[in-house]
Design a protein around this ligand. Structure first.
Ligand SMILES: [Zn+2]
Length: 159
């Protein structure tokens, strides 16, 4: 029986190094062992499990880990929440360039998701308070339009 196809292991196309603005294939870090969880691996090769993340959990997301001993960085990037790409960032200037180039795109996506959540929550709150969708009206949220609408309904069709 075949193991499920693993793009990460079979092709290794998900490992890159971002060195002073230049993208390179592969990484000089030790290999991840078979059956080793990704976070266990990062800890083993020196990266703090404290991370900074941009974007949204389970969606477009960028997570950055720092090695406290040699001040290299490791970025885990998930463009759509499916597959992860692993980027080794060998020094601080490279990190700064990386964040400058890519941080804002993920941060904007995260802010967008947060705003959508806020709008959904407000929509639910509105419905609970008014008993109707925010795009409709009642005597509380739009008294003038509500009165006009009712007056129009009460007007006899033929006078
Ligand atoms: Zn209302």
């Amino acid at each position: 029986m075949h193991a499920p196809f693993n793009f990460d292991v079979e092709i290794g196309m998900n490992k890159f190094t971002f060195n002073r603005g230049i993208w390179e294939k592969g990484q000089e870090l030790p290999e991840q062992m078979e059956n080793e969880e990704h976070f266990d691996y990062l800890e083993r090769v020196g990266y703090s499990t404290n991370s900074v993340s941009y974007g949204t959990e389970g969606r477009e997301r960028l997570e950055i880990f720092e090695n406290q001993a040699n001040h290299t960085f490791f970025a885990l990037i998930s463009p759509t929440g499916q597959k992860s790409f692993k980027v080794y960032i060998p020094d601080f200037p490279s990190y700064m360039l990386f964040i400058k180039d890519y941080g804002s795109s993920f941060a904007a996506n995260g802010a967008d998701s947060t705003q959508k959540e806020i709008m959904e929550t407000l929509g639910k709150l509105f419905r609970a308070e008014h008993g109707h969708d925010w795009s409709e009206m009642c005597h509380l949220c739009d008294p003038v339009a509500w009165r006009r609408w009712n007056e129009a309904q009460e007007m006899p069709i033929d006078s």
